[in-house]
Design a protein around this ligand. Sequence first.
Ligand SMILES: Cc1ncc(COP(=O)(O)O)c(C=O)c1O
Length: 416
Amino acid sequence: MKTLSPPPRLLMGPGPINCYPRVLTAMSTQLVGQYDPVMTGYMNEVMALYRQVFMTQNKQTFLVDGTSRAGIEAVLVSAIEPGDKVLVPIFGRFGHLLAEIAERCDADVHTIEVEWGQVFTPEQIEDAIKRVQPKMLAIVQGDTSTTMLQPLEHLGEICRRHDVLFYSDATASIGGNPFETDKWQLDAVSVGLQKCLGGPSGSAPITLNERYVELVGKRRHVEAGIRSSHHENGKSSRIRSNYFDLPMIMDYWGSERLNHHTEAASMLYCARECAINLIEEGIENTIVRHKVAGDAMLAGVKALNLMPFGDLAHKMHNVVGVYIPDCVDGETIRHQMLHDFNIEIGTSFGPLQGKIWRIGTMGYNARPDAVYQTLQSLETVLRRNGHAMPLGEAVDNAYAVYASEHSTAKNTDEEK
Ligand SMILES: Cc1ncc(COP(=O)(O)O)c(C=O)c1O
C-alpha cells in the first residue's frame, strides 16, 4: 500500500473543512499517560479555554469523545428519562437528528416545523412550549443542511419563564456566528470542531450549567469496578448509556479523576489548539472574518447568475446555499470542481437534494484567496457547461466586499 498522500483539496463545502495547520501539528504531538499531571493539566486548560469559546462561567465545560453527535447524544440521554416531553423545532436535517436521538431515549417528542430555508420566531416557539409543556427545548443554532441560523437570544428567557431546560446544538455555527451561552441562558450546549473552529471531526466540546448538572446528578450511578463506598446512587433512573453518562464523564474530568473512558488524547490536543487559535485571533474578530468571507462568497455567486437559497436575513455567515441552474447537472459541476480544480463544494439532503449546492467559507478557509479561487473555478466550470454569466464579475464582486470591509475597518480605527 502506498504512503498516505491525499490530494491537496480545498474543502469549500458545509464542513468538514481544511484544518488550521497548527491544529494538525498539535494532533501529531506525542502522547502522555492519561493521569500524567501534564495530561490532567491539559484537561484543565481545555475546560478553561472552552469556557471562553462558549462564553460561559459553567464549571462543567469539557469534551465528549466522538463526533458532534456524541455531544448531542450525551446531553440528551443523560437528561431525558423515558416519557419526558421534549420539544424540537425543526428547520433542517439536524433538527430531525435531535428529534430522532430524543426518541431513542424514549422521550415523548413533540416537533414543530418550518419550511427549509426559514427559521422560527420566538412567538412560534413560546406557543409550542405553552401547548406541549416540555421538560426540554432542543434546538439547532446553525443548520448546515439549509444554511439558516436560528436566533436563540430570546429563547432562554422564555424557557426560564416556563421552567423548561434549554439545549442547543451549535456545531456548525460556533466560532463563525455570535453565540453566548450565559447571556442567552442556555442550560446545555454541544458543538464539534469541524466547522468554524477549524479542526477535524472527532471531539465534541460541551458546556452544562448548574441547573442541568443538578438534574443529571440525580441519575448518578457509578460503574461497578471503579466505585468506592462513598459513591451513592442517585434517586432517579440510571442513564441508559454508559459511554454518554455525563455524571461519570464529569467525575473523570473533575478532581476525583475517576476512570471512565481513556481520553482521546490526540483529539484533546486538537480541540485545545482550535480554542487557542480562536481566542488568540479574538472571538469577535473571527466572527467578522467569517461574515466578510460569507458576504464575499454571496456577492460572488450572485454575479455567477446563481440564485441564493433561503431567507438571507437569517443565513449563517459560514455557508451559502445556491440553486443549481436548470441548464447544468449539479453532480457534474461538483465532479469537475473536485477533479479539475481540487475544490469540494457541497451537495444537499432531503427536500433540497439535487436542488441546491452549499458553499462554505469557514475556519481556516474563511480567507479571501479561498473565496476567489472557488468563485473563479466555479465560473470556469459553469461556463464550460453552458451556463451564461458576465465573466470576471464574481471575483471582482468578492474583491469589492473585502475592499469595503478594509475601508470600514480603517475608518473605525481612525475614529478611535
Ligand atoms: C448542526 C450540526 N449538528 C450535528 C452535526 C453532526 O455532526 P457529526 O457528523 O460530527 O456527528 C452536524 C454536521 O454537519 C451539524 O452541522
